[in-house]
Write a protein of this length. Sequence first.
Length: 558
Amino acid sequence: MNIDKNKLEELLVSPGHILKEDFDIAAKEAASKKIALSEWLTEKNLIKDEQLGQLIANAFNYAFINLRNEKIDENILNVIPEPVARARRAIVFAADQESIKVGMSDPEDLEMKHLLEKRFGKQAKVYYVTPGDLKEALSAYRISLEEEFSGLLKKGEEQDGSRVNVAIVDLLLENGFLSKASDIHIEPYRDKLVVRFRIDGILHDVLEMPKVLSEPVLSRIKIMAKMRIDEHRSAQDGKFRFKTREKTIDVRVSIVPVTQGENIVMRLLVAENRDIDLNDLGLSANDLRKIERAVKNPHGMLLVTGPTGCGKTTTVYAMLKILNTKEVNISTIEDPVEYDIAGVSQIQVNPKTNLTFAEGLRAIVRQDPDIIMVGEVRDSETAEIAVNSAMTGHLVLSTLHANDAISALPRLIDMGIEPFLVAATVKVIIAQRLVRKICAKCRVSYELSAEEKDTIRSESALLEILKNSGNGDLDKLRLYRGKGCKVCGETGYSGRIGVYEVLETNEGIRKLILAKESNDAIKKEAIASGMSTMLSDGAGKALNGITTMTEVLRVAKE
């Protein structure tokens, strides 16, 4: 169904969903790229795919469905061959005694509707689905990774083995991307290779390969990442770009020698259209306001803290998106540059040429920047230059390894930064962790077991939070969890969201920093000034059915 520009403008601009200026720019870009404007608007993150779908469905009086939240019946699905489903942009996802349910990107395709009714002998209930949603849903046609791998091995016995080795690596990358894995691990053991995908922060075994494939698979990945294929005793890092059927992904590769061979970890990063919005990260309204105030400062320092893999870079990029306008010069020094940002000068750390964080930061300051992003404050030298930059009229964004927001302050002082400089420059510190979200399709409420009640009672800080929120009676408290379904791979979880604490420095906190008061004293003042701890933020998300209390305690235990 082709929706012309004028109709989309009527649906989106007039009610205020998208600014006219943004809409016009997107329309020109979509035309030049020969992409449907409706798809480009969601790719640019100007509007959410589901929101656009609902607006279009309402405008044309169609029923709407989000297939991401539906369990697709494979027996029903496979009645229609995949090529037909793709060509006609339709997918049958459920059926009952009287009718079949079909999602279509073009509900006006009456020929397809009649074909389905004839094939099934039932009435077809048609739902509008967005093209992006349909693309993702069609992945249900995929055969399992094990079946595809077995097919490739059989081909290798009959045909050219080298081509099959290339196909095996492509298969792992394609399946990793479709499974929404952040990392692919290939681990050697005495008699096999084990492939594991990290999905929503948790590793899952997905495939076992014969040990004989170790050398050809390793060589293929080394060639793609421009590594030395004859080096087997030293760690190597590299990267390459891989095009799936849907998108282009950047792949960062780390190879380390272990006792049984060489261990491979490939991190998958979507290379195009990475448009991150602060509103999508799970920040509370209060925390969001603090960050929005902080990014309006003409100078000062904004820090994001937390362990590796907790989404710090994503949060920093989301702030850069707000700041990235034509009126300012933004420069970054990163290791590595994870995503390209249009309009921003990005520098990749390169120790071989002595381009360290500190040296890169010195160079950036001479480039007349308004805003500087430092990938990570790792040492005293970098910390000193970053703080001095914040003091001399620049807005500096960076990440730091610290357990919570308060701990970032003594961490900077331990790096040799004077307390008066810390008090003067630091505007906001964001501490964060990632928790898995409960699957929306199989979420149910339940009463706490005796064991869970005992666990909560043993966590005095959590129990206090529950009491303050009116949920202190554990015998009456109902929480949420996922039962497990096909949508979430029977895990009960789907996707991740952040839990945060946002420390906004004020006069009281600055005085405590200058007086070198303890972390506990600063934390007490911060909470009195309206800071919500990570545990409190996580507990609120658990009470609202977004995540489980188990997940919250896993990452934010005090």
